[in-house]
Design a protein around this ligand. Structure first.
Ligand code: FPP
Length: 249
């Protein structure tokens, strides 16, 4: 038995272990609206959003879901007021520093995907440290998309592949899905089975454009800070009713 199997907790009634998604992705939308409804500044919504994400990570780990990917900051989010961008960067850094020890103890592997070079230097250092210290952990793979854009990811993969062709390292007819995937930020991470988006918007918003080709989507009106275990089990239950055909019949 692996360490992970010994620690699995019972699933909520009605959920079947064999039908759980292996990889769940989340678009954590609605932090600002949540804060507004409470009469609080937007940044308080992001703070509460961190708590919701921590709960979800624990839940995935407890229930035996192997991978969780969260969209923390898109390439478009730089357009927000400078104050909010600065708050988010500082928040990411602080949370990483505070949570690293627990992630190590809980055997969580954390990694970041996106154009990380454009992030503040001190955040980049915290990211490198957390990735290095958890690289051999195996209970769950937790990926945080930061300064991530699906189109940008595809473009940089094309550039890297074109360069290899130019250098004679790759022939054009050798470029297949497997080669392409190896050049994405998410190389080595299986595609998500289920993408959850909170706060009711029915869009991908430039998230995992390639990877979501056959992923199931679940959209809830619940705002991200209110997304809890009960909401998650509803999403899993809906997923377990779906029939995945991958383009077949
Ligand atoms: C979208 O809500 C949320 C964000 C842009 C930030 C999400 C980030 C976190 C929850 C923190 C995660 C922390 C770590 C360390 C990974 P919104 O602001 O667009 O809400 P609105 O649509 O109601 O305005």
């Amino acid at each position: 038995m692996t360490a992970q199997q010994t620690q699995l907790q019972d699933l909520p009634p009605g959920l079947k272990r064999e039908l759980l998604p292996k990889h769940v992705a989340v678009i954590m939308d609605g932090n600002g609206r949540w804060a507004k409804r409470q009469g609080l500044p937007r940044i308080m919504g992001h703070k509460r959003g961190v708590d919701a994400l921590k709960d979800l990570l624990r839940c995935c780990k407890d229930w035996g879901i192997q991978a969780l990917t969260a969209y923390a900051f898109s390439t478009e989010n730089w357009k927000r007021p400078q104050e909010e961008v600065d708050f988010l960067m500082t928040l990411f850094q602080r949370v990483l520093r505070q949570e690293l020890r627990e992630m190590v103890e809980e055997n969580v592997q954390i990694q970041f995907v996106g154009n990380l070079n454009a992030l503040p230097r001190s955040l980049q250092e915290e990211i490198s440290r957390s990735m290095a210290e958890t690289k051999d952990n195996r209970s769950i793979r937790f990926t945080v998309a930061t300064n991530y854009g699906g189109r940008q990811e595809i473009l940089q993969a094309c550039r890297a592949i074109a360069q290899k062709v130019q250098q004679g390292l790759l022939q054009p007819d050798e470029i297949d899905e497997a080669v392409f995937e190896r050049h994405l930020y998410t190389a080595g991470i299986a595609d998500p089975d289920l993408l959850i988006r909170t706060s009711g918007e029915m869009r991908l918003s430039n998230f995992l454009l390639w990877q979501m080709a056959y992923g199931e989507m679940y959209i809830t009106d619940t705002l991200w800070p209110d997304f809890d275990r009960v909401e998650f089990s509803r999403a899993l239950s809906a997923y377990q009713q779906r029939e995945r055909r991958y383009g077949g019949v």
